[in-house]
Design a protein around this ligand. Structure first.
Ligand SMILES: CCC[C@H](NC(=O)CCC(=O)O)C(=O)O
Ligand SMILES: NC(=O)OP(=O)(O)O
Length: 316
């Protein structure tokens, strides 16, 4: 595995899930693998789960770690080719990336989209410049359009909790107070489309995901219809892709409630976190035994660990 940017970097998704579940039973089985190797984690944006789970996974593999908040701990970075750097950015990615590659054997990058220029965001300008200039394997810690470590953890959770060979999995849009990226739903959709599940996406009009991500999913604007007989409900807010970065709808009737969960087949409730209680989902659902958001977050360790193992095997 050269980089981990999307589901396309997972040669065998089911094998990756099985390896991750094995790590869950034997977390220190490969404690030697990362000896004398260093992983750098660069955050352009906030994080709790990704920051901590990736560090834990690295420790389980014997990797040394460096963590940096780009722009706060380090210099502001310029990504424009040919830029005349007379503003507030002191360093160009063409220097920063190869220098980071001098210190780290693997580099993780979190960089959210700007949500103003769709072409720029969907060209994955930031992470692709790190791939081009670092000279080391790059692991996405959530990029402008995807969050693969989250999606792998989501699939691990569904695999360990499903009660039938092909569960019905519903990705539902929910309201939010801010314009959020499409990265988590995009990524969840492409991993579900690569898995053996009955996948349904439900959202109000105007929130269609890019076709490359929605793939063959069934899409409906009728949330109650989507919830019927569902085995997993995955809630997430995202801003419009078609009217890029816009909040078109904050209709509270799309919030996930116990009443809606009663339409399902005793479904488990999933969310990547952080979640806005009583905006995205009501307290009663999150506080119910059907919420698996903490177990799901715990699986981020095994998701990161199995990916880092594959990357280490490609560089040793
Ligand atoms: C893992 C999710 C990260 C991010 N979430 C947020 O930015 C939520 C911020 C908020 O609720 O204020 C997102 O939606 O992509
Ligand atoms: N789900 C997730 O990636 O959480 P953080 O943004 O806290 O890392």
């Amino acid at each position: 595995m050269q980089n981990f940017l999307s589901v396309k970097d997972a040669v065998d998704v089911q094998a990756l899930v099985k390896e991750a579940l094995l790590y869950k039973k034997t977390p220190y089985a490969d404690k030697h693998l990362g000896r004398n190797r260093t992983m750098g984690l660069l955050f352009f944006n906030s994080s709790l789960r990704t920051r901590l789970s990736t560090q834990r996974a690295a420790q389980n593999l014997g990797l040394e770690l460096m963590v940096m908040n780009v722009g706060q701990d380090s210099w502001g970075l310029e990504f424009e080719d040919g830029a005349i750097m007379d503003g507030n950015k002191a360093e160009h990615i063409k220097e920063a990336a190869p220098v980071i590659g001098q210190y780290c054997d693997i580099v993780g990058i979190r960089s959210f989209p700007g949500l103003t220029d769709r072409e720029e965001d969907y060209s994955e300008k930031v992470i692709s410049q790190f791939v081009k200039n670092t000279g080391r394997p790059i692991v996405s810690l959530e990029s402008a359009t995807r969050h693969p470590l989250q999606s792998l953890a989501d699939l691990i959770t569904i695999e360990e909790l499903k009660t039938k060979p092909r569960p019905k999995v519903v990705l539902t849009w929910a309201p939010h107070v801010k314009a959020l990226p499409q990265a988590v739903p995009n990524s969840f959709a492409e991993w579900m489309n690569a898995a053996d599940v009955d996948f349904v996406i439900t959202h109000p009009e105007g929130y269609e995901l890019a076709p490359e991500f929605a793939g063959n999913a069934k899409v409906t604007h009728n949330q109650e219809e989507a919830f019927k007989d569902a085995d997993f409900i995955y809630a997430k807010n995202w801003s419009s892709y078609t009217q890029y970065g816009q909040i078109l709808n904050q209709d509270p009737s799309w919030m996930v409630t116990m009443e809606k969960m009663k339409l399902t087949n005793n479904a488990k409730f999933m969310h990547c976190l952080p979640v806005r209680r009583n905006i995205v989902v009501e307290d009663a659902v999150l506080d119910s035994p059907n919420s698996v958001v903490v177990q799901q977050a715990g699986n981020r360790v095994w998701s990161a660990q199995v990916v880092m193992k594959q990357i280490l095997l490609s560089i040793i």
